[in-house]
Design a protein around this ligand. Structure first.
Ligand code: PGA
Length: 241
C-alpha cells in the first residue's frame, strides 16, 4: 500500500511569529483529516524550533528544506542531520529545483544529502523535474530517468518520497495537466526497485485543482509551495475529496 503524503514547502517565507499564526488556523482545520494522510510542513530553519514545540502531540510532521552530508564541520551556511533530528524533524526536501538552479546543487551532492539524511533516520523528499526547454525538445523522459538513476545510487528506497516537479510549473500558475503528471509519475515508478515509494506531484498546486490531481491513480500526494503559505488554502489541499 502506497502512503499518501501531502507536504507544504514554505521556501524562504514566514518568521517565527508568522508561523505560529499559521498554526493557530491550520491545526484545527486538519483535526478531522483521515489519519492515513501524512501531513508535513517543510519550513525555514529558524521556524523549526517553534513548530516543533507547537506540533508536539499533533499529527503534522516537521520537515526541513536542506541537509548537509557531514555530521558537523566547517561548512558555513549549511545544516547537519543531527541538528535537525534533535528538534524532531522527520522529513527533508532534497534537490529542489531552486537549489539546483540557484545554489549549484548537482545530482552528486543530492545523492550525498539523500544518503546522509537516511543514515540519521530522516525521510528525504527527492525532487526531480524538467525545464520548459527540455520538455519542448522532447527530453522529459530521458532527463527524469537520468536524475532518478544518478540521485538514487545507494539510496534506501524503503525510506524515501519522490516529488515530480516540472520546473516550468513551479510558482508560475501553469500547473502540469494532471493526466500528464500521472503519466510521468508512472514512468518514474517503473524505474524504482520499490514500487511503493510515494511519488508526489508539485508545481502550482492550488485548492481548486487538488481533487482532480489526487484522483489520478499514480499520484500519491503533492508538494505545495505558494498555496501552503495560507492556512485555509493548505487545509483545503490536505482535506482533498
Ligand atoms: P509552487 O511550488 O506550489 O509555488 O509552484 C512548488 C514547489 O516548489 O515545491
Amino acid at each position: 500500500m502506497r502512503k499518501t503524503v501531502i507536504a507544504g514547502n514554505w521556501k524562504m517565507f514566514k518568521t517565527q511569529a508568522e508561523s505560529e499564526d499559521f498554526l493557530k488556523s491550520f491545526l484545527p482545520a486538519v483535526q478531522e483529516t483521515p489519519t492515513e494522510r501524512e501531513i508535513i510542513l517543510c519550513v525555514p530553519f529558524t521556524d523549526l524550533n517553534v513548530l516543533s514545540r507547537n506540533l508536539h502531540g499533533s499529527r503534522v510532521m516537521l520537515g526541513a528544506q536542506n541537509v548537509h552530508w557531514q555530521d558537523e564541520g566547517a561548512f558555513t551556511g549549511e545544516i547537519s542531520p543531527p541538528m535537525l533530528t534533535e528538534i524532531g524533524v522527520r522529513y527533508v526536501v532534497i534537490g529542489h529545483s531552486e537549489r539546483r538552479q540557484y545554489f549549484g546543487e548537482t545530482d552528486e551532492t543530492v545523492n550525498l544529502r539523500l544518503k546522509s539524511a537516511q543514515k540519521h533516520g530522516l525521510t528525504p523528499i527527492l525532487c526531480v523535474g524538467e525545464t520548459k526547454q527540455q520538455r519542448d525538445r522532447g527530453e522529459t523522459e530521458k532527463l527524469i530517468a537520468m536524475q532518478i538513476e544518478r540521485d538514487l545510487v545507494g539510496v534506501d528506497q524503503d525510506n524515501l518520497v519522490i516529488a515530480y516537479e516540472p520546473i516550468w510549473a513551479i510558482g508560475t500558475g501553469d500547473t502540469c495537466e494532471s493526466k500528464e503528471a500521472n503519466r510521468v509519475i508512472g514512468l518514474i515508478r517503473t524505474q524504482l526497485k520499490n514500487p511503493d515509494v510515494p511519488i508526489q506531484y508539485g508545481g502550482s498546486v492550488k485548492p481548486n485543482l487538488i481533487d482532480d490531481i489526487m484522483a489520478q491513480p499514480e499520484i500519491d500526494g503533492v508538494l505545495v509551495g505558494g498555496a501552503s503559505l495560507e492556512a485555509e488554502s493548505f487545509a483545503r489541499i490536505v482535506n482533498y475529496h
